[in-house]
Design a protein around this ligand. Structure first.
Ligand SMILES: *Cc1c(COP(=O)(O)O)cnc(C)c1O
Length: 366
């Protein structure tokens, strides 16, 4: 039986990439923000319709540099329901993460619980648009404005997502996307910071490349977060195929929703209002008391049939060793996150699934 995986990288056609590789080989310019890098920043900026884009070597470094660009220290309020890199980016910058519980419908940070977690040390909020679902933007902005906090969105899942007819990455002081192979659009490894003014873009780009202004002038202590020319060319070719890939994903989501509509004990998310989604994930919740199996039993049944689902996001970040001793990591503080994390399973969704594949996945559940 053919293996069905939760995702599959959107690879650009090799024959389209090769002429670009030949050009890069001929020029011998393989990195250091050269012409393909510039072209990809421009193309992504146009695709997303955002004012400023800074490319990065991956999303984690991009997140870290975004925090540095805003001079964030002290405490930052964030969600435990995400990929571990969200919280690592804080800790690696000497920032104390403060976990706040999530909303049971969107699985995003619950704004009504943020204010209680703010202290004199709080400097920012780092929410995640999980699965590409928009956070409650207005509520979060109002709280941030009231307390003078910055908002950095971990928008890793949001490539192509629009909210009220503009890119979801427009929200926040900065938004950070991942272009890792597992995401809707990839540069193998890669990341993006979206910013809103030329001075901020300049600062982010300085942090990205050792703080170099010129060969003999260093503006600030920076790192090396650069994307190279080969991956930039790969990304430039791949960008043409994203719209079609999202269209394929939307058909997968429609298939699952129709097939699972009346299955007792299986809950899935509907498209949110005013959102153009990218169908990056298809999470279901398994209600143990109503369904024939619990979540892990369903996951194992899938595995036995060579279908690889993923328990995104179990365990919670707050349950991992580096974070579990934090006061805010107490499970009593995060009841909704624990309940979702204990029952979630992400079904396979990507551009290359056939009707036959989808029938196989659904047949295990129904
Ligand atoms: C993928 C991901 C990241 C990290 O991005 P990389 O490009 O893999 O470094 C950060 N946050 C979330 C929510 C992610 O899913």
């Amino acid at each position: 039986m053919k293996q069905i995986t939760v995702t599959s990288p959107l690879l650009p056609p090799l024959e389209e990439l090769i002429p670009h590789l030949e050009q890069i080989w001929k020029s011998k310019r393989i990195t250091n923000e050269d012409s393909y890098h510039a072209a990809l920043e421009e193309a992504i900026k146009e695709y997303m319709k955002v004012p400023y884009v800074s490319l990065f070597t991956n999303g984690t470094i991009a997140l870290s540099c975004a925090l540095q660009a805003l001079d964030i220290t002290g405490e930052v309020i964030t969600t435990p329901y995400s990929f571990v890199a969200t919280t690592h980016a804080l800790r690696m910058n000497g920032i104390q993460p403060v976990f706040v519980d999530i909303d049971p419908i969107s699985f995003n940070l619950d704004p009504s619980k943020i204010e209680k977690a703010i202290t004199s040390q709080t400097r920012a909020i780092l929410p995640v648009h999980i699965y590409g679902n928009p956070c409650k933007l207005k509520e979060i902005k109002d709280i941030a404005d009231k307390y003078g906090l910055k908002v950095i969105y971990d928008a890793a899942h949001t490539f192509g997502v629009e909210y009220e007819n503009q890119s979801l990455a427009m929200a926040g002081d900065l938004a950070v996307l991942s272009l890792n192979a597992t995401k809707v659009y990839n540069t193998i490894e890669g990341g993006i910071v979206v910013s809103h003014d030329p001075e901020m873009k300049k600062k982010i780009d300085l942090i990205r490349s050792f703080g170099f202004v010129t060969e003999s002038e260093i503006a600030l202590p920076g790192t090396n977060g650069k994307m190279d020319e080969v991956r930039s060319a790969y990304g430039l070719v791949g960008l043409k195929y994203v719209k079609d890939a999202i269209e394929c994903r939307s058909r997968v989501a429609a298939y699952y929703r129709k097939a699972l509509r009346n299955i007792k004990g299986i809950i899935y998310q509907e498209d949110m209002e005013n959102v153009k989604p990218n169908y990056s994930y298809f999470p279901i919740l398994v209600e143990t008391e109503k369904f024939k199996w619990n979540r892990d039993e369903l996951d194992n049944q899938m595995k036995e049939n060579n279908i690889l689902c993923r328990r995104y996001f179990y365990p919670l970040i707050s349950s991992f060793t580096p974070y579990r001793e934090l006061p805010s990591a107490n499970p009593g503080n995060l009841p909704v996150a624990h309940s979702i994390s204990d029952s979630v399973l992400c079904l396979p969704i990507h551009h290359a699934l056939s009707e036959e594949d989808l029938e196989r996945v659904v047949s295990i559940i129904i």
